[in-house]
Ligand binder design. Structure first.
Ligand code: HOZ
Length: 430
C-alpha cells in the first residue's frame, strides 16, 4: 500500500554515490523525518510531481520563492524571452536597475540596493558593511534565527542546524565564532545585558522580524521596538533579514510595517521569482561603503543576472495586483484554523504559529516564542505527521523547524483537502 516510490528510491541510491547525502541542501535529505526523499520531476501552480508520477499539494514552495505558484505562465514567459537574449553579461543592465528602483520604491529605508546571488551572500555583505561603518568587530544574532551558512552566522542558527541538532558547524574557527554573540529571540533583557557586556564592540544586531527558520515564531509586541531602541542606544546598526518575509508578508519590508527603520535589509527568495538571487538594501551612506564607491569589497559573476531579475520583476508585478496579500492571508488563515480544529478534535497537544502565508505546526508544545521552546517540540510526532500527509498527497517541509509556505496558486479546495488530510492523519497519529 501507499504511494509508489520505486523511481525516487533508485535515484536516491544513485545520488548518494555522487552528491553528499544525495542532496544539495541538507533538509532535502529527509533524515529528520526518517524517510528517503522523493525526487521531484516538475512543479506547476500549487503542485509538485515526483519521479514516480505522484502529485502533491505543495507547501514547501521552494522554501519561499514560489509565492505566485510554480511555473506561473507570466514568469515563465519573462524568463523564456530573456533566455533568448543571453543569460548573463558580466556588465551593467537596465533590468537590474529596474529591480533596484522597484525595491527602493517599496522599501522606505532602502536608498540603494546591491544584488547578489543568495540570502547567505546578502547577510555576509551586510555584516561586512556594518563592521566597516562602525569599526567594531562583533555582531549579535538571535538563537534560532538563520542568516545563511557563512562562518560567522552559523552560531546557534536555526534551519538545518536546528533540524540536525547541531548548534554550530565544524570548520568554523573559534576565533570567528567568538565574534558572534547569540541571545534568545524575544528576550530584550538578554539583549540589553549582552550589549552592556560588549559595549563599544558590537557592529550590528541582525534579526528576522518574524523568525521562520526555527519554525515560524512571531516577535512579541515590544520586542522589535525595544530592539531598535537598544541598537540606537548602543550605537549598533540594525540589520533586518527579510530573505523570507520580504515581499511575502507585505509588498516590501515587513519590519517597516512593524514600525522599524532598519539600517540594512536583506532580501532574496521572492524578489528572484524562483531564480537565484539575494539583495542588500539600505541607507545610502552605508551602501556606498561598497566597492567601487568605498573600501568594502564584494563582487559576483552572476550577481544581478538578467534571468533572475526578469523572473523577480514579473513576480513583483503579480504581487502588485490588488487583493494579493489579502488572498494569501485568507487561504493561510483557513489552513491554520482547519489544522487547529483537527488537532483539538484529536486532542493532540500542539500549537500552530502563523504569520501571513508562513505557518508551522509545533507538536507537543502549547506555545512557542523562543528557540528553547521550539527545541522542545515532539519531532517524532512531527515525522509521523509528515509521513501521513505525504501519503495523503500533501508535500510539507521535512523538518519541524521549517515553515510551510502558502502561495497564490493554492485554491480553497487545496486548503480544504489539506485540512481533511491533516484531520485524518492526526486522528491516526495519537
Ligand atoms: N535551510 C533552507 C531553508 N531554510 C533550505 C533550503 C533548501 O533546501 O532548498
Amino acid at each position: 500500500m501507499g504511494i509508489s516510490r520505486e523511481r525516487s528510491a533508485l535515484l536516491f541510491e544513485r545520488a548518494v554515490r555522487r552528491i553528499p547525502g544525495g542532496v544539495n541542501s541538507p533538509v532535502r535529505a529527509w533524515r529528520a523525518v526518517g524517510l528517503k526523499p522523493l525526487f521531484i520531476e516538475r512543479a506547476q501552480g500549487a503542485y509538485v510531481f515526483d519521479a514516480d508520477g505522484n502529485r502533491f499539494i505543495d507547501y514547501v514552495g521552494a522554501f519561499g520563492p514560489a509565492i505566485v505558484g510554480h511555473a506561473h505562465p507570466r514568469v515563465v514567459k519573462a524568463v523564456a524571452e530573456q533566455a533568448t537574449e543571453g543569460f548573463s553579461y558580466g556588465a551593467a543592465t537596465e533590468l537590474e536597475l529596474a529591480l533596484a528602483e522597484e525595491i527602493t520604491r517599496a522599501v522606505s529605508s532602502a536608498e540603494e540596493v546591491r544584488l547578489v546571488n543568495s540570502g547567505t551572500e546578502a547577510a555576509m555583505t551586510a555584516i561586512r558593511i556594518a563592521r566597516a561603518a562602525t569599526s567594531r568587530p562583533k555582531i549579535v544574532k538571535f538563537e534560532g534565527c538563520y542568516h545563511g551558512h557563512s562562518d560567522g552566522l552559523l552560531v546557534r542558527a536555526g534551519s538545518g542546524a536546528l533540524t540536525f541538532g547541531v548548534p554550530d558547524s565544524a570548520g568554523v574557527p573559534p576565533e570567528i565564532a567568538s565574534l558572534t554573540l547569540s541571545v534568545p529571540y524575544n528576550k530584550l533583557d538578554a539583549l540589553e545585558q549582552c550589549l552592556e557586556a560588549n559595549r563599544g564592540e558590537v557592529a550590528a544586531i541582525i534579526v528576522e522580524p518574524v523568525a521562520a527558520n526555527m519554525g515560524v515564531v512571531r516577535p512579541e509586541p515590544e520586542f522589535l521596538s525595544g530592539l531598535q531602541d537598544l541598537a540606537r542606544r548602543f550605537g549598533c546598526l540594525l540589520i533586518c533579514d527579510e530573505v523570507i518575509t520580504g515581499f511575502r508578508l507585505c509588498y516590501g519590508a515587513f519590519s517597516e510595517t512593524l514600525g522599524l527603520a532598519p539600517d540594512l535589509i536583506l532580501l532574496g527568495k521572492v524578489i528572484g521569482g524562483g531564480m537565484p538571487i539575494g539583495a542588500v538594501a539600505g541607507r545610502r551612506d552605508l551602501m556606498e561603503l561598497l566597492a567601487p564607491c568605498g573600501p568594502v569589497y564584494q563582487a559576483g559573476t552572476l550577481a544581478g543576472n538578467p534571468l533572475s531579475v526578469r523572473a523577480g520583476l514579473e513576480t513583483l508585478a503579480l504581487l502588485r495586483e490588488p487583493g494579493v496579500y489579502e488572498r494569501l492571508d485568507k487561504l493561510s488563515s483557513a489552513l491554520e484554523g482547519g489544522i487547529k480544529k483537527a488537532l483539538d478534535r484529536a486532542r493532540v497537544k500542539a500549537c500552530v504559529n502563523r504569520a501571513g502565508s508562513l505557518l508551522t505546526v509545533f507538536f507537543g508544545c502549547e506555545r512557542v516564542s523562543t528557540s528553547e521552546q521550539a527545541r522542545e517540540a515532539d519531532t517524532s510526532l512531527f515525522a509521523r505527521f509528515f509521513a501521513g500527509m505525504l501519503e495523503a498527497g500533501v508535500f510539507l517541509p521535512a523538518s519541524q523547524f521549517e515553515a510551510m509556505f502558502v502561495s497564490l496558486a493554492h485554491s480553497e479546495e487545496d486548503i480544504e483537502r489539506t485540512v481533511d488530510a491533516a484531520a485524518r492523519v492526526v486522528a491516526l497519529s495519537t
